[in-house]
Design a protein around this ligand. Structure first.
Ligand code: ZN
Length: 422
């Protein structure tokens, strides 16, 4: 934004430099980074030596059904799990029955909450089916448009009922890409849709037609899930879609890693670990992975994937909705929980990997790697934390002191200071 005020953030600790510096902002971008910048800023903020980071990233969230569990004394739809199909049909009924104004109000509230939490970039999986068509996508797109200058959001059109189970979902998916969606979504081609080859083919046909990237939910477990992930990678290469496909959840990776660890894996003839072989397939396709708060399985090989050069980011997924009653679109809170759930991630290096999930890895998934980070010339999307380092930011989960979008303060102490007009 050209009308951003000149701003200086003083005494900012940047881990990459292991130094406390001042950050000067002009025209919404970082202009200079060094100690003792002369006072030119209209706005002066003092980080007091605490961590300053780029905007946090939530690479997988369902804004459209956010807060659908709220409103009663007890969370709604929070009884015994009766299976995936029941949950899917309950979701379909929710979207068929809920007024656009209610969905829009919830998206607005959660978008503001994300920003107050320091989340400035996100990817929103958004519902389509044969009944509601593209109406939910249009509602979400309209709300996010009003947040355009404070939240970078991508919309994935998500045909949750399955394009084979719900006749008309594929048409809705296609139409959604003309109605404001950016990516092709989907789920579980081998199990829910019972047609792995056909469904993956359709996803890519639609993606290619719109020159859109792909981000699909793969909940499939064990060898079936690994088969789907490898097939997805193979199709990405065949279609020239290297680095344009994300597998969300990918529970099967945790299953495979755990099997390897327990010595249950069957090495192939070469004696190689099957997860290592799969990683080569994923690497060839530059397939990206997003694991999620509340659904990350024990053994998820975050460290192994990062160390192996594969991209793995994180999403908060649910925001108190009819699938799960938890979630606050708070990336730091999510990493605090992951540090408890995943073995070996409470160490400084483990917490460092969790930090990558919600920063640099997320930027790569969202295709923002070239403009992400605190360097001269990058957009001044900054989070001034209250804590000394990424590790403490996760452990303490303190509300950010300031959140800046393109140099403008949009939240202070966990509260939005500048909400968009409705
Ligand atoms: Zn999801």
């Amino acid at each position: 934004m050209n009308d951003s005020p000149e701003t200086v953030v003083r005494n900012a600790y940047l881990p990459e430099r292991d130094a406390v510096v001042d950050i000067a902002v002009a025209d919404g971008r970082i202009e200079a980074i060094r100690p003792g910048i002369a006072t030119t800023g209209e706005t002066e903020l003092d980080a007091e030596g605490a961590l300053v980071s780029p905007g946090l990233i939530d690479a997988h969230v369902h804004l459209d059904m956010a807060l659908s569990a709220t409103g009663d004394r007890l969370p709604r739809n929070n009884e015994e799990w009766t299976g995936r199909i029941d949950a899917i049909e309950r979701t379909a009924a929710y979207f068929a029955d809920t007024e656009k104004a209610e969905i829009a109000a919830n998206v607005r509230e959660v978008a503001n909450r994300a920003i107050a939490n320091g989340v400035l970039h996100l990817r929103a999986h958004t519902y389509v089916d044969s009944v509601v068509g593209t109406s939910v996508v249009e509602t979400v797109a309209e709300v996010l448009e009003a947040f355009d200058d404070r939240l970078d959001a991508e919309i994935v059109a998500f045909p949750q009922r399955g394009i084979r189970r719900d006749e008309g979902s594929a048409d809705a998916l296609n139409a959604a890409l003309d109605a404001g969606a950016d990516l092709v979504g989907g789920l579980d081609p081998a199990t829910l849709n019972d047609d792995r080859e056909g469904v993956i083919g359709t996803w890519f046909d639609i993606a290619k037609e719109h020159d859109a990237d792909v981000d699909v939910h793969i909940h499939e477990r064990g060898e079936t899930g690994m088969g789907t992930l490898e097939r997805l990678a193979g199709e990405a290469v065949d279609r020239g879609y290297e680095d344009r496909v994300t597998a969300s959840h990918a529970y099967a990776l945790a299953d495979a890693a755990t099997a390897s660890e327990d010595g249950d894996a069957n090495p192939d003839d070469s004696g190689d670990d099957p997860l290592d072989a799969a990683m080569e397939t994923f690497d060839a396709a530059d397939l990206r992975f997003v694991t999620c708060y509340g659904s990350t399985r024990r053994g998820m090989p975050v460290r192994e994937f990062h160390d192996g050069g594969l991209v793995m980011a994180h999403g908060t997924d649910q925001v108190r909705d009819l699938w799960r009653p938890r979630g606050n679109v708070n990336a730091l809170e999510a990493m605090g929980v992951e540090s408890i759930k995943l073995d070996g991630y409470s160490t400084n290096s483990g917490l460092g990997h969790l930090w990558r999930l919600i920063t640099t890895e997320g930027a790569t998934v969202l295709g923002r790697e070239d403009s992400y980070g605190i360097e001269p010339g990058t957009p001044a999307d900054l989070v001034v934390h209250r804590t000394p380092s990424p590790q403490w930011a996760i452990l303490e989960r303190a509300d950010p002191r300031y959140v800046l979008k393109e140099g403008r303060v949009v939240a202070t102490d966990g509260t939005i200071t500048d909400a968009p007009a409705n």
